[in-house]
Design a protein around this ligand. Structure first.
Ligand SMILES: [Zn+2]
Length: 268
C-alpha cells in the first residue's frame, strides 16, 4: 500500500479502538488525547517504511515518508535501511536469497512493532514531557505527510516541519501528564502493526513469521496468492480501501462525540 492508505488505516484503527474502549470498557479519553493517539498511530503506520532510503547526497529517492523532514529524514531512512540489511544478513538461513537492500525486512516484523511500542513508552517514562514532545513532533510530521500528502508535497518539508513543531508544542502545553503516557507507546506499536497488515495483503508480502524459521528460511515473505493481492496504487486501494478507512474514522468520531455531547447537554 502507499503512504496515504497506511496513514489513513492507522487513524481508522485508533479511532475505532478508542470508540470500542469507550463503548464497551467505559474507558473515556479527552478529545485531545484521542486526537494525539490518532496522530501518533497514523504516523506510526508510516514508520516501517522509513527503511526505504534514497540517495542522501543527491537528495533523491526514498519513500514519501523518508522525505518528511527533508534530507534529515532521508539520512535516517538510509541508516535504518542499512541496519535492517545488516540484521537480514546476520540472521538469514541458507535458503534466504541474497539482498542488497533492507526494505521490507526488519521494520516489517512483529518483534519490531513490540520494540517500537516498548521503546516509546520507555523514552516517555525516562525523559517525561521532553520525550513526549519529540515523539509528537516526529509522528505528527509523518501523519501530515501521509494524511495530507497533496498539501505536504506542495508545502514542502520546511512547512511540514514547522507545523509539526507547532502542533507538538501545543499538545505539550495542553496534554495532562499525570497519568503518564501509556497511550503513546501503544499508539506507535499499533500503528507499526497496522502498517505490516497493510503490506501483508500486497503481492510482495512481509516477513511476518520472523524470527521463526520455516524450511531453512528465516525471511519468508508471506502474502496472499496473486489473484487476491492488492496492487500498490490500484483503484481498489486508492478508491475502495481509502473510502472504507475514512467511513470507519468518521463513524468512530461521531460515535465518540455524540454520547459526550449528550452528557454535556443533559447534564447526566
Ligand atoms: Zn511497508
Amino acid at each position: 500500500m502507499m503512504g496515504p492508505s497506511h496513514a489513513l488505516s492507522g487513524a481508522a484503527v485508533w479511532l475505532a479502538g478508542s470508540w470500542a474502549l469507550d463503548q464497551f470498557a467505559g474507558y473515556e479519553q479527552s478529545p485531545l488525547a484521542i486526537a494525539v493517539g490518532t496522530a501518533v498511530c497514523a504516523g506510526g503506520a508510516l514508520f516501517p517504511d522509513l527503511d526505504l532510503s534514497g540517495k542522501v547526497t543527491r537528495n533523491q529517492g526514498g519513500a514519501t515518508v523518508a522525505r518528511t523532514f527533508g534530507v534529515v529524514s532521508l539520512f535516517v531512512a538510509e541508516v535504518i535501511e542499512k541496519i535492517s540489511l545488516g540484521v537480514y544478513h546476520a540472521t538469514k538461513l541458507s535458503k534466504d536469497p541474497h539482498r542488497n537492500n533492507g526494505h521490507r525486512t526488519l521494520t516489517h516484523t512483529i518483534p519490531f512493532t513490540v520494540l517500537v511500542g516498548w521503546g516509546t513508552t520507555a523514552l516517555c517514562t525516562a525523559y517525561g514531557k521532553w520525550a513526549v514532545i519529540a515523539i509528537l513532533f516526529f509522528t505528527i510530521g509523518l501523519a501530515l505527510r501521509g494524511l495530507f500528502d497533496e498539501w505536504a508535497k506542495r508545502a514542502g518539508w520546511v512547512i511540514v516541519t514547522l507545523v509539526s513543531l507547532g502542533a507538538a508544542y501545543f499538545t505539550f502545553l495542553h496534554l495532562p501528564g499525570d497519568r503518564g503516557y501509556p497511550m503513546l507507546g501503544l499508539a506507535m506499536g499499533v500503528g507499526c502493526f497496522v502498517h505490516i497488515l497493510g503490506d501483508l495483503v500486497t503481492r510482495a508480502g512481509v516477513p511476518i513469521l520472523w524470527p521463526i524459521p520455516t524450511g531453512r528460511r528465516m525471511w519468508r515473505m508471506i502474502g496472499p496468492p496473486d489473484r487476491f493481492s492488492i496492487k500498490a496504487g490500484s483503484k481498489f486501494e486508492v478508491v475502495v480501501l481509502r473510502a472504507v478507512f475514512t467511513v470507519v474514522s468518521v463513524l468512530a468520531v461521531v460515535g465518540l462525540a455524540v454520547p459526550a455531547l449528550t452528557r454535556r447537554f443533559t447534564g447526566g
